[in-house]
Design a protein. Structure first.
Length: 396
């Protein structure tokens, strides 16, 4: 049996943790004095790519990119993550999901960190603003038949779908998806109040990166941001990278939605983790902002979830413990995985050990564990190098 001792912010106590056969066997409060923190491993449910690689796989030789991204994320304390594939033609989506499924079948170590996939689009708003950088030409009505083909391609691993409630067939699609155990999230939308009500009645339970994928200007009282913030039947994810939501906006939105209904994601793209500079038509600034050159338009997130936890504390004004909960237990709850991730005996031994500095704040990852295996140790593990020459701008 393996034993760890560290301070658990979620429990407000130092604890001794026992683990065996991939599970936590005991979590016992103790009086140990330590600067090492422990929590459930970070869980990022929206990752488009990172380190120069994309999750939208288009050729068999790119399957190894998923293991590469997994290793980079583990270095940053992320034990679980959800590869995201965005709007594309049907054949492209089928190829991407088939290759994602094969990547997990062929690599059990990587599969241990990926509980499933996310389809973001193509059933979203075609309007300028809400559609973001999704390709307008391939946006289309929700299709259950198409979705089933995508599920068949990847071994039925799609955990959740982001769509616009106003899209044709959205409510019927949602009812069928929820009945099939798939979470439906609202995003990239210009919905009305009635659209929201219809989709929530059909079973939608989440809003994807709320505050982004929206028009620049909205009616001050009656608009889809307020509708989603006020809804008590749904959760909302927020990108707390410091670029997607200004500090005042993140602060207010977290409090309007409430921490019990909020979670944070990175929504990182392939330029995440790369140094500042120009990459094709996209520029990454010193602050980490990704913009289409010559415009102020965001081209995705360059942050990982560890950095977004720091951002939630710094910009959102919430506690270290609350930020960690919003990046671990909350996403697990939303995707129906709360029985696996946590700090209770019997839960999977998927943990992050780290040091936390209030000044900043700053999180320094020491170890990442997945199902009882230490998959990253800062003291001894070799670190991956980002792939500067492998950047795929199709995912941005």
């Amino acid at each position: 049996m393996t034993a760890l001792t560290a301070y658990a912010p979620l429990l407000n106590s130092a604890v001794e943790i026992g683990m065996e056969n991939g599970r936590l066997t005991s979590v016992t409060p103790c009086d140990a004095k330590t600067d090492l923190c422990v929590g459930p491993a970070l869980f990022d449910i929206q990752v488009n790519g990172y380190g120069g690689e994309t999750c939208k796989l288009l050729s068999p030789e790119k399957k190894e990119a998923i293991g590469f991204i997994t290793r980079l994320l583990r270095e940053n304390g992320v034990g679980w993550w959800v590869p995201t594939v965005c709007t594309a033609a049907q054949d492209v989506l089928e190829t991407a999901f088939r290759l994602l499924g094969e990547a997990l079948d062929e690599d059990p170590d990587t599969a241990a960190s990926i509980p499933g996939f996310h389809l973001e689009g193509p059933y979203i708003s075609p309007d300028e603003g809400p559609r973001g950088v999704h390709e307008k030409a391939v946006i289309r009505p929700a299709s259950w038949d198409e979705f089933q083909r995508l599920q068949d391609a990847c071994g039925h691993r799609i955990l959740y779908v982001t769509l616009a409630p106003e899209q044709e067939n959205a409510a019927e699609f949602t009812r069928r998806a929820v009945a099939d155990g798939v979470v439906v999230s609202m995003g990239h939308t210009a919905m009305t109040r009635d659209d929201l009500a219809r989709l929530v009645d059909a079973g939608a339970t989440l809003s994807t990166h709320l505050g982004n994928g929206a028009h620049d200007r909205l009616q001050r009282h009656n608009n889809y941001l307020w509708y989603q913030l006020a809804c008590r039947k749904t959760y909302a994810s927020f990108i707390s990278d410091g670029e997607h939501l200004p500090a005042e906006c993140l602060y207010a939105m977290l409090r309007a939605k409430g921490l019990d209904l909020s979670l944070i994601v990175s929504d990182s793209v392939s330029l995440g983790g790369l140094p500042p500079g120009r990459y094709g038509s996209v520029e990454k600034t010193e602050s980490g902002r990704l913009c289409a050159i010559g415009t102020a338009n965001l081209s995705g997130s360059a942050s990982n979830l560890r950095e977004c936890v720091e951002g939630a504390v710094r910009l959102g004004g919430i506690s270290h413990a609350d930020a960690w909960r919003l990046a671990t237990l909350q996403p697990a709850k939303v995707l129906g995985l709360a029985d696996r991730l946590g700090l209770d005996p019997g839960k999977e031994a998927t943990l992050t050990l780290y040091r936390y500095e209030e000044n900043g704040p700053r999180i320094e990852i020491s170890e990442t564990w997945v199902a009882g295996r230490k998959v990253f140790d800062a003291a001894v593990s070799p670190r991956e190098s980002v792939r500067l020459n492998n950047v795929n701008l199709d995912d941005i």
